[in-house]
Design a protein around this ligand. Sequence first.
Ligand SMILES: Nc1ncnc2c1ncn2[C@@H]1O[C@H](COP(=O)(O)OP(=O)(O)OP(=O)(O)O)[C@@H](O)[C@H]1O
Ligand SMILES: [Zn+2]
Ligand SMILES: [Zn+2]
Length: 839
Amino acid sequence: MYINDINSLDLVVNENQEFYRVTTNKNQYVEVLVDFPGNSGLFTYRIPIQLEIRPGDILSVPFGSQQLGAIAIRLLAEPNIDLAPDKIREVEDVVTSGFFASAYWELLNRVASYYYTPLIQVIRAALPPGLLGRSQRRVRLIKRQNEQLSFAFLSPPAQQILQLLQSQPSGDYSFHYLQQKVKATYRGMRELLRIGLVESYLEPPRTNRPKLQKAVILIDTVDRDLTNRQREILEVLRRRGGELWHSELLQICSTSSSTLKSMEQKGYIAIEEREVLRTEQGQVLDLDTPKLLNIAQENALATIQKLNGFAQVLLHGVTGSGKTEVYLQAIAPILAQGKSALVLVPEIGLTPQLTDRFRARFGNNKISVYHSALSDGERYDTWRQMLTGTPQIVIGTRSAIFAPLPNLGLIILDEEHDSSFKQDSPIPTYHARTVAQWRAELENCPLVLGSATPSLESWVSVSQQSTVNSQQSTVNSPTLYSPLPERINSRPLPPVEIIDMRQELQDGNRSIFSRSLQEALQHLEQTGRQGILFIHRRGHSTFVSCRSCGYVVECPHCDVSLAYHQTEAGAPQLLRCHYCNYVSVHPKHCPECSSPYLKFFGSGTQRVAQELSRQFPGLKYIRFDSDTTRNKGAHRTLLTQFANGEANLLVGTQMLTKGLDLPQVTLVGVVAADGLLNLSDYRASERAFQTLTQVAGRAGRGDDPGRVIMQTYTPEHPVIEAVKYHNYQSFVKAELEQRQALNYPPYGRLILLRLSSFDPIQVQNTAGAIATVLSANPGFELLGPAPASVMRVANRYRWQILLKFAPEALPQLPDWDEVRLLCPDGVSLTIDVDPLNIM
Ligand SMILES: Nc1ncnc2c1ncn2[C@@H]1O[C@H](COP(=O)(O)OP(=O)(O)OP(=O)(O)O)[C@@H](O)[C@H]1O
Ligand SMILES: [Zn+2]
Ligand SMILES: [Zn+2]
């Protein structure tokens, strides 16, 4: 018997005729996140009086005709939907309470509010895909030593449930099934749960269900009644450690399932379903031992280890100064204390080498790799593996900042300056460094930011802490500075030779390779040494145009020219759009004037590769860019081939710049530095300096000295000068002065509104309307509205509005809900907080 109007009564009678006090009768409703294919979102449910629900709990709720898993998001006193209260369905039960640890829940909420993103979207970014979709509530027996107990004291429904579960070998049924078989299931369940005879759990959706496989386990080796054949099989099993996959054993022994079955019946072996973890497994590596640190490394390690609780350390180490070794030695004691560590890296391109170093130090089973290129199953399994709380190291890209490690002792962001830590779309447009700062603060653990070329944000947070409000003004804690000014073994940084390509042309050299670079490549070919050739763009060339009429081949869906692509000689010649991926066959004649003279401009990796083959036929090279590393494991394969000396030259794009540690590389060539310098973005110089310094840093990391040859049409550019002299400080000083003068980050803050629509007029009008409303607000400077630099992408027209303001102006920011109301249905609006790409 329930008394329904609990607002009028404080005392409620439950079924056992016991009285208890309803303490929180204010929140009768809960908003839950349902993640169901085609119909996900927030839904409101009534809270049954006997349940206590907290945000972050996993619930089971009725949804249509099904029972689904859901996350409790927010408690409500009143329903926030226009439905008669009796039409609102009830939450069925709490499946797991406290699923999100409170610090983690707080983190998700901070991300949602700082990036103006609905909490569901943040949860979606944090959870592996499809975790809740079609999840099913199940009930299972808790195994007991003494099964002979009498349960006569239980109520009839509880007894019925128990009998059903006991009649089943695995002692496990879906709740839905039990509901159909037993009357008053809830009551019976509550009783059984209370005395700890059963537990309820959420079974993951079908696609993500743990992968099970039959395994054979050795249990008895004393020969009582084995046939010769069976004895052989048992011996194989014993020699292989007493446990093998069923299929493996069948294959090794060329035997049949029935033979194994009879061995199981005789009690020699057990055949069981075991879970196959779909986590990315590394190769078995020889264990390596900690290196003897040099003095700078010692100091850095001591700085980190002295910390007690939250603090931020900027580890500013020149390329090849041994930052990774510091990370490794900082993590070792964390694991020993039973805690876990999180290591974030910019791109998977560099993870194979880095993960290998971690695996070699700590062993395979301590390391998980987590990034978006994993399959859903792999992501799900890796994610569950983290929840167990065993001390471990998770290495991952941006999204791994949400890795649900319960006992976090240290967070490391390697190459912290890298822009791939920022998500442009979809929302939340978070920066993993900002989220890492919050997370370290909430978990009260240190955060180490490592780089040879620290971002201006991090640099400023160290040097001018007291005077400048850094961009992440939410975190107010000192940043400690720890420099590694020298390379390991005092190896010199490689000399950087700047080649003026205008001069080359004047002297009659029309090749894309300067005479210096040609001579250096020849030397590689002759001596069998190794080098890296860096090209700013992938693909063959930036665009194709007609020499007769000047026609440029453009994408039919975007306002950009198509890029020429040819993977290898003889392969089809294609034109590809780098914005929407539209592909067409390269036309034989100009579509405009039918002239056969269509010419490529610019020089992408393909063009450079073809030119190499022509000029240096004996030089073996490997292309390393997003075209050649598309397949899973391709990064590792190509880098291994190169490390094994199968080629003289690694030719590639940005990917090459990040953390490659190949001691045999003596030459680094930059085909054209200019592509990086002339971007119309206030961060272009910073990015160019970082990229070029990182590329240069790949040379001379071993015993042989390195050499860098940098080709450019603007040798006098300040960025080129700074790279030439490895002068971070002078570059930063000049750059910061400019930023301050124009109130750009890290001094001012930016918010970019990106609008897009299929309708060019509608989006322009909307941008205008929003700008008019915003311009009434004196709290910030308004730039635009202006069309994006590529106005149309995939047939959507794009406009943007940039807000620039002092960090103190935060309270005066507009009400984004009102701004969103100005967008008609056909116009989408993304609010990019602290944008890195304004183009
Ligand atoms: N104390 C040490 N003694 C000897 N060798 C070391 C020591 N520390 C690091 N090394 C080795 O020096 C090389 C460069 O170190 P590492 O790759 O860690 O530098 P890094 O600063 O991370 O470089 P980058 O930022 O350029 O990627 C590695 O091969 C590493 O094994
Ligand atoms: Zn033409
Ligand atoms: Zn396109």
